[in-house]
Design a protein around this ligand. Structure first.
Ligand code: GLY
Ligand code: MN
Ligand code: MN
Length: 453
């Protein structure tokens, strides 16, 4: 199933953003019209969300904007605001700019988005009530329970949510441009992190170098940085950030992103200190295989197919490097490939680093199951133009999983000396963000690394 206005790529200059954004808002109007008619509502209301406070404390958690709100507006730091979209009318933004001398409050509204909204500035959250549609029962209100205001409690009607989340997979050209901007920032920071690794710094100091170059910190980044030296690369979501540098840095796995106007990039690279070491050759083999997988991001391809093919390709690499003693096909059939590649090939990406509706069978609901034996795959849909996904194969030497293999019936399918050879390097993951088009895929990540080489 296709939706309009979703295929073209753009490396947009600032001047082009206005036109792309106008097209984006037009597409959101179209989707809203259909979503409301499916749910039988007259208005879409989207609160931006509120601050949450820690239990037994007066400290607030970092604010995370409602993704349904930032789908419309590049505003990620505006709690207490509301969007109202009514078919046939210009949407209204109720913009909270509180009187507050303790904190910096949101700037007076401005930007390329403003001409597309009737903006009402309020000073207190409850002032929004006077501007919401009169009959709350006619409103689809998308948000978390804490956003309730008077009669206007989020009802998150399933038909409305299903429709909007399903179609969010298809990026408008504006969204692709935003993801490109996030990628620019992320790649710049990845280069700084690689330099810090090569200078022998600790994980923590590499992280600081990354954040410094990205000009973003934990509250801005789309997910917590994974910065892993040596064996730590075998922990899939390693986030310890060791303060001390190891005596010797052999390898470096970095999975780190950046944000731009609410959109994410998600990038992983793996490096070896010694380019002559066999581990570098293993990285190069995964890199070459990953490029082929990226080329599979084509209209009509089942994403599950890419995942299953990846198992075979990665098992082939293990065979080439003498880790595997059986055929790659046998390693996939017995589940041995999953010991070394124990996660999914990727996921949708955009407003959320793990974009929603990865299993949606249609815009009316339903679910496409994961292939049996592959519990960590996050996306099972058939690819279509406009979809943005990650492609992130990996090979890891995880003690816990290797112990299970050693104790099981397939222990003889691998060469344990070869495994011990690679264990001190932890693991490898290479991750790019790729947009499906009517023709060849657009690799946002590779494009940016190439442009800044
Ligand atoms: N950074 C988390 C992931 O790659 O999915
Ligand atoms: Mn990812
Ligand atoms: Mn990642």
């Amino acid at each position: 199933m296709n939706a309009p206005a979703r295929t073209a790529d753009s490396s947009a200059s600032a001047a082009a953003i206005d036109a792309l954004y106008a097209q984006h808002v037009a597409e959101l109007h179209r989707r809203t019209l259909e979503a409301l008619s499916r749910g039988g509502f007259d208005h879409l209301l989207v609160p931006s969300g509120n601050l949450h406070y820690q239990f037994f404390d007066d400290r607030d958690y970092p604010y995370a904007v409602n993704p349904q709100f930032k789908a419309w507006l590049p505003l990620t730091r505006n709690p207490g605001s509301w969007l109202i979209a009514t078919p046939g009318r210009k949407p209204t933004l109720i913009y909270l700019q509180p009187f507050d001398y303790w904190h910096v409050v949101p700037q007076a509204p401005s930007g390329y988005w403003i001409e597309h909204f009737d903006v009402i500035v309020i000073r207190k959250p409850e002032e929004a009530l006077a501007h919401l549609p009169k009959d709350a029962a006619r409103c689809a209100i998308l948000g978390e329970p804490q956003s309730a205001l008077g009669d206007y409690a989020p009802n998150n009607p399933q038909p409305v949510v299903d429709y909007l989340e399903y179609h969010r997979a298809y990026k408008t050209p504006y969204e692709v441009a935003m993801m490109r901007e996030a990628t620019r920032r992320g790649v710049r920071a990845h280069r700084a992190a690689e330099a810090a690794f090569r200078a022998g710094l600790s994980e923590f100091d590499i992280h600081l170098a990354y954040c410094g170059a990205a000009r973003q910190d934990a509250n801005d980044l789309p997910y917590g940085n994974i910065i892993a030296l040596n064996q730590n690369g075998a922990v899939l979501h390693y986030m310890e950030l060791d303060r001390e540098a190891p005596a010797q840095s052999r390898s470096f796995l970095i999975d780190a992103g950046a944000s731009h106007h609410g959109y994410a990039c998600d990038i992983t690279r793996t490096y070896a200190t010694d380019a002559r070491d066999e581990f570098q050759a293993l990285i190069d083999a995964v890199d070459a295989a990953q490029l082929k997988m990226c080329d599979q991001v084509r209209a009509g391809t089942d994403y599950k197919r890419i995942h299953l093919d990846a198992h075979l390709a990665l098992a082939g690499i293990l065979k080439d490097f003498g880790v595997l003693k059986t055929s790659p096909e046998a390693a996939v059939a017995t589940g041995v490939s999953g010991v070394f590649f124990p996660h999914g090939i990727g996921h949708g990406i955009g407003l959320q680093v793990h974009e929603v509706a990865g299993f949606a069978a249609s815009d009316r609901g339903g679910r496409i199951d994961k292939p049996a034996g592959h519990p960590y795959l996050r996306l099972t849909r058939v690819l279509e133009p406009g979809m943005a996904v990650t492609i992130e194969p990996g090979l890891y030497f995880v003690d816990l999983l290797l112990d299970g293999l050693r104790q099981g019936e397939h222990a003889d399918s691998v060469d344990w000396n070869r495994i011990d050879r690679f264990r001190p390097f932890g693991g490898i993951r290479i991750e790019d963000d790729v947009v499906c088009t009517d023709a060849a895929p657009i690799n946002l990540t590779r494009d940016e690394f190439a442009a800044t080489a």
